[in-house]
Design a protein around this ligand. Sequence first.
Ligand SMILES: CC(C)(COP(=O)(O)OP(=O)(O)OC[C@H]1O[C@@H](n2cnc3c(N)ncnc32)[C@H](O)[C@@H]1OP(=O)(O)O)[C@@H](O)C(=O)NCCC(=O)NCCS
Length: 146
Amino acid sequence: MIRKMKKSDLNEILEIERLCFDDAWSKKDYEYELYDNPYAQLWVMVEDDRIVGYYDLWITFEQAEIANIAVLPDCQHRGLGQQLMKHLEMKAMENGCETIGLEVRVSNVQAIRLYENQGFSVINTKPGYYRHAGKYEDAYRMMKGI
Ligand SMILES: CC(C)(COP(=O)(O)OP(=O)(O)OC[C@H]1O[C@@H](n2cnc3c(N)ncnc32)[C@H](O)[C@@H]1OP(=O)(O)O)[C@@H](O)C(=O)NCCC(=O)NCCS
């Protein structure tokens, strides 16, 4: 089941963030997205009362932007990432968006493959886009028309 994210989900979300990302978003980041970002739509995937994945989609008029997406490591490689992508594309279409965009680390082969399988293409590279603990990494800008 995919449903809207709630404040009571945050502990589980923060644990998945910690497992998935070196530069994990904080509780404050999520509270901002949930309550203060008028463009953000946050959804979670639940299996047996456990959150197994989530995404944050920014909808700004005709453009949608994937701000974040993750699947619990134990549950990866089962098609859940693909289901979340299909769900967010449906939400983007329902909101009248014409494109979906995202940035991804050039080293994140798993995510890049997921996006390419969903019809996204690399449109440019953003040098040094990611900076964490004094290290820089390039990002690919990827987009899909819908
Ligand atoms: C990127 C991410 C969301 C993908 O999630 P996922 O649930 O593993 O994605 P899927 O299962 O849909 O697809 C992954 C692979 O599993 C394969 N797969 C899907 N269903 C499968 C099944 N039932 N059995 C075996 N393999 C399967 C897919 O074909 C795909 O293979 P490929 O990479 O060789 O093309 C996940 O790796 C993740 O959370 N990463 C950490 C966070 C992150 O990097 N987020 C992106 C930031 S830009």
